[in-house]
Design a binder for this molecule. Structure first.
Ligand SMILES: CC(C)(COP(=O)(O)OP(=O)(O)OC[C@H]1O[C@@H](n2cnc3c(N)ncnc32)[C@H](O)[C@@H]1OP(=O)(O)O)[C@@H](O)C(=O)NCCC(=O)NCCS
Length: 184
């Protein structure tokens, strides 16, 4: 895929999409500082860990996590990350998370990032994409991925606790991948 890629968000705001780079340390730190505690609660890693940014940037080389960022006015406003095992029984499956700063939500950035993560997964030869989403909390994401042919593979009932201690179902959403868009 050719990067950087210009994209127009709703209300004609321009953004750029490109892979995360090792030189993005400050931008990445600033991005996570702006995320809410509520959003951070459901991430795969503790982004408040002082070593998190360093580890994430190192993972660019290891091939275990590939991130695509949305940039507007010189700041990261959204990030989508594809996680992949480099060995064993599930190395053909990718998992991903997307997070967009609240001020930029519902402007299509999440969709742009999702499309690129799907393309990246196909380029890597992955056979399926998985995302685990929390019912009641991440309903917008469930709706968004359903539009891209993800289906509910399983529901783990009362599996997740929110910060207030309430239980929620976790849905495992899967999308089967083909070699190219023309195979659909
Ligand atoms: C989920 C998230 C990434 C979506 O990003 P976004 O940039 O707002 O998404 P988009 O504007 O591209 O919206 C895509 C679709 O999502 C759905 N959607 C987004 N926000 C929604 C909302 N508040 N309510 C209902 N549906 C919503 C809609 O189906 C929308 O399609 P439409 O514009 O054709 O109606 C963003 O809300 C977010 O960061 N949430 C917190 C973290 C999270 O839940 N991550 C999901 C893990 S993968």
């Amino acid at each position: 895929m050719r990067y950087p890629k210009e994209c127009i968000l709703k209300e004609c705001e321009e953004a750029t999409i490109r892979p995360l780079e090792k030189s993005d340390e400050k931008l990445l730190r600033r991005f996570y500082e702006q995320t809410s505690e509520a959003d951070r609660w459901y991430l795969r890693s503790d982004v408040s860990d002082p070593h998190f940014i360093e580890k994430r940037l190192q993972s660019i080389d290891s091939g275990t996590a590939a991130s695509i960022v949305g940039i507007c006015h010189g700041a990261i406003i959204g990030i989508g990350t594809l996680f992949q095992r480099t060995f064993g029984a599930t190395r053909h499956i990718g998992q991903f998370r997307i997070i967009v700063l609240p001020a930029y939500r519902q402007k299509r950035l999440g969709t742009w990032l999702l499309l690129d993560l799907i393309q990246l997964s196909m380029d890597k030869g992955l056979e399926a994409l998985r995302t685990d989403l929390v019912v009641d909390v991440e309903d917008p994401a469930i709706e968004a991925v359903t539009k891209f042919d993800f289906f509910k593979e399983a529901t783990l009932q009362n599996y997740v606790k929110d910060p207030a201690g309430n239980y929620h179902d976790l849905v495992i959403m899967i999308k089967r991948l083909h070699r190219g868009w023309s195979d659909y």
